[in-house]
Write a protein that binds this ligand. Structure first.
Ligand code: NAD
Length: 597
């Protein structure tokens, strides 16, 4: 270790999230798991759902590092500290039906009298005034325990494990296959890295889209975890042997995934040395966070933990230097013909800031593959069964397929393909034989499902679920939420709003309006965050979660929220000049006062 490294100041208890190898003292022994079943421990189902989903985020099956309250995405936390977690739980348990809990960066700071239709919780995480919105300023505050990184669904309590991102990742790779290879990804070698909370969905999504996956991760535990959860088929430690196996599988058209235990840069530079060009290339290491998310070359995870804790500035410099090499290798492979895209971790910006002028030679996945859906108000729609019973998810799966028949549209056909691919016995699901249904991929924590739905569809699904609760077909209420990565909820110029037609990539009014619309419409809890996905200074975004508890009041809220929330995506893209969004606004009879298109 270089002797010139400058030591970090002593860490405060609140900075545990910075030190992945350290648990929070005695708390490492603490196991959190959401209550299950139809009995309330809070005064309303909205508060109960918030409590269960907060706890579910920290379930060891769900969270990446629950002892440190870290859910996913580098250091995305559910609460600022264990005392803050306990205080949130306590507040939710006593929250009256006309009260709202205020959470500031993972700490409960107040309870106010509102009304029954208002959100039960309002959450603001990681927000800084733009001029001060730097990683350094954030880290200084975090070290003093004054702020917390909420990522997107960690601090807003609607992360549902890797499955949450699986469907979106599948959409991306399936769309890549359709656009670039005229069908699926069969016979295509897809290379990527980062097998963590979100990135761990990549190997399964690639194989579901027909391709062969080769994925590097520097942490063998991350690979083992995906192997156990059947998101990954095999792990090979030698880089050359892993490349050989993946090349063979791709040639045979074998949709199989290979994990390789190495730094991403070592895999890509070896591919270049061997003159092997992947068909598809991307990356989901936690490059948005050079200190905690990314591991520099020539360092093991254990060494990284030591250097990170003692010499954070030098660690960050080493990370950025490796990221530059990493992006250079990606651009080189792109020049050799690999279909290359950024997968939302801001690695291009890091390499660019480190002096690599061509870092933006490849585009982001949103303008490439996702924006057409955003124009229709389409985006992620997830739900969890508060009963804890898998059967409830099977019932909702069955009903959602009936609600949107496959022949109705290309998207409905994709929805069927996706939901059926989540089942070991699709025929049982179609027949409504729920005793015979089994999930193909393990549920993590509370049983949950995700799909993508658009404007005009989301509220119908919400009302359907409310009816299933009202009639007792499912055993307890259903909670419905979404990622902040959605059509009208985020400003992120290197990701969701990259290359907007009218150049409004960095305008965050839309994300703020989205949060306000969801509050006004009566979502159960609403969050506004900064820095998710791409890191501090690079994004602002909003989330909403709403509970279907079977009551008529919930039905009214569900209809409002699940109409107005996706409508924001249509307003946003119509205003930016996208024809599809303008036509969608007209078809859906959205009221747009100034149709200046
Ligand atoms: P994570 O922190 O849980 O996992 C990151 C993984 O990368 C870890 O397993 C780590 O060991 C590995 N890693 C770090 N540096 C590496 C290196 N140099 N070489 C090989 N492996 C390395 O994070 P996550 O939740 O999986 O998210 C990954 C990234 O994707 C984040 O930047 C996140 O913001 C972004 N993200 C993208 C989307 C999207 O839809 N595109 C969604 C969520 C998150």
């Amino acid at each position: 270790m270089p002797t010139t490294l400058r030591e970090a100041p002593a860490k405060s208890p609140a900075s545990d999230a910075l030190h992945p190898s350290h648990s929070s003292g005695n708390e490492s022994a603490r196991t959190v798991r959401a209550p299950r079943g139809p009995s309330l421990t809070c005064k309303t189902w909205a508060a109960e759902a918030a409590l269960r989903m907060l706890m579910n985020n920290l379930d060891p099956e769900v969270a990446e590092r629950p002892a440190d309250l870290v859910v996913y995405g580098g250091r995305g936390q559910a609460a600022r500290s264990w005392p803050a977690f306990d205080a949130i739980v306590d507040s939710l348990r006593r929250l009256a039906p006309d009260e709202t809990l205020l959470v500031q960066s993972g700490k409960p700071v107040g309870v106010v009298r509102t009304h029954a239709d208002a959100p039960r919780v309002l959450i603001a995480n990681s927000n800084l005034v733009p001029h001060w919105a730097t990683q350094q300023h954030f880290d200084d505050l975090a070290a003093k325990g004054l702020i917390m990184f909420g990522q997107m669904t960690a601090g807003s309590w609607i992360y549902i494990g890797t499955q949450g991102i699986l469907q979106g990742t599948f959409e991306t790779f399936a769309e890549c296959g359709r656009q670039r290879f005229g069908g699926d990804l069969k016979h295509r070698l897809c290379v990527t890295a980062g097998c963590g909370g979100m990135g761990g969905a990549q190997p399964l999504a690639i194989t579901l889209a027909g391709g062969t996956a080769l994925i590097a991760d520097v942490d063998p535990a991350a690979l083992r975890r995906r192997l156990k959860d059947r998101y990954l088929d095999e792990v090979i430690d030698s880089v050359d042997a892993a490349i050989d196996a993946a090349v063979d599988y791709a040639r045979e058209g074998n949709a199989r995934s290979v994990g390789v235990h190495c730094n991403a840069v070592d895999l890509l530079e070896r591919l270049l040395e061997r003159n092997i060009t992947p068909d598809v290339l991307t990356d989901q290491t936690s490059a948005h966070d050079p200190l905690v998310g990314y591991v520099p070359a020539e360092m093991t995870v254990a060494e990284a933990a030591i250097v990170r804790a003692k010499y954070p500035d030098e660690y960050t410099a080493m990370s950025l230097a490796t990221m530059e090499r990493h992006v250079r290798a990606m651009v080189e492979l792109q020049r050799q013909g690999a279909v290359t895209f950024d997968y939302g971790n801001n690695i291009r910006q890091r390499a660019f800031d480190h002096g690599y002028q061509d870092a933006f030679a490849f585009k982001g996945f949103v303008p490439e593959y996702i924006r057409p859906q955003f124009c229709l108000g389409r985006g992620p729609f997830r739900w969890a069964a508060l009963s804890g019973e898998e059967r409830d998810i099977f019932i909702t799966d069955h009903e959602i397929l009936r609600l949107f028949p496959a022949h109705e549209s290309e998207y409905a056909a994709r929805l069927h393909k996706w939901i059926l691919s989540c089942h070991k016995y699709p025929d049982a699901l179609l027949a409504g034989d729920f005793d015979r249904c089994e999930p193909k991929f393990r549920f993590q924590g509370l049983p949950a499902r995700i799909c993508w739905l658009g404007l005009g569809e989301r509220h119908r699904a919400g009302l359907l679920f409310n009816e299933l609760v009202a009639t007792g077909r499912v055993a307890a209420p259903i909670v419905i939420g979404r990622d902040h990565l959605d059509c009208g909820s985020v400003a992120s110029p290197n990701r969701e709003t990259e290359a907007m037609k009218d150049g409004t990539d960095a305008v965050s009014d839309w994300a703020i309006l989205n949060a306000m619309v969801n509050i006004a419409s009566g979502a159960s809890w609403v969050s506004f965050h900064h820095g998710g996905g791409v890191g501090i200074g690079f994004s602002q975004h909003a989330g909403q979660v709403i509970v279907a508890d079977g009551t008529p009041e919930a039905a009214a809220r569900l209809e409002r929220v699940l109409t107005n929330d996706p409508a924001m995506g249509v307003f946003r893209h119509a205003d930016a000049g996208y024809d599809d969004a303008q036509q969608c606004a007209t078809r859906a009879r959205l009221d747009v006062p100034m149709q200046d298109w």
